[in-house]
Design a protein around this ligand. Structure first.
Ligand SMILES: CCCCCCCC/C=C\CCCCCCCC(=O)SCCNC(=O)CCNC(=O)[C@H](O)C(C)(C)COP(=O)(O)OP(=O)(O)OC[C@H]1O[C@@H](n2cnc3c(N)ncnc32)[C@H](O)[C@@H]1OP(=O)(O)O
Length: 116
């Protein structure tokens, strides 16, 4: 899966640079959406992020994510973020666990599933 993302002032850490937590959030959500799209609703069990270069605000980045391997209900996923010149600025790997829809009801929300 591919996405284009631009961080803005809401995500600022050091001046002009995205906060690492905001970058991790985007990557985590990218994985969640990837797995939802392929029909495997799953949640994050473990997430690792490698920050290679500062992620700049107002700058478009290409995010690419895919499933590396599956072991039963365990899905190992990887992602990379590159700048417009093709340089890798961030990478992530994660373990997601496939869960039933009842998992998402535990917070008491009323969000209905939507078609991918
Ligand atoms: C009315 C209803 C409407 C519903 C509508 C639904 C709409 C849906 C819309 C949208 C969905 C997409 C949203 C995505 C959002 C982005 C992703 C997030 O932010 S997710 C939030 C953050 N994550 C959590 O909150 C998980 C919290 N954790 C848990 O709930 C549990 O830990 C859970 C369910 C994930 C697993 O619990 P266990 O008790 O079944 O299993 P255990 O013991 O934790 O470990 C599982 C396996 O993983 C291995 N494991 C753990 N860490 C590992 C590691 N670092 N490397 C390798 N293996 C590891 C363990 O050894 C274990 O393996 P062995 O099953 O024994 O074979």
């Amino acid at each position: 899966m591919r996405a284009r993302h631009v961080f803005d002032e809401r995500h600022v850490g050091a001046p002009g640079i995205a906060h690492g937590g905001a970058v991790a959030t985007v990557l985590d959500d990218l994985f969640g959406f990837l797995l939802y799209l392929i029909g495997e609703p799953a949640v994050t069990r473990h997430l690792e992020v490698g920050y290679r270069s500062p992620v700049l605000l107002g700058t478009p980045y290409l995010l690419e994510a895919g499933v590396q391997r599956r072991e039963g209900r365990k899905l190992f996923v990887r992602a990379q973020g590159t700048d417009e010149g093709g340089a890798a600025v961030v990478e992530a790997s994660a373990l997601f666990l496939v869960v039933g829809l009842e998992h998402f009801a535990r917070g008491g929300g009323d969000a209905a599933p939507v078609a991918p």
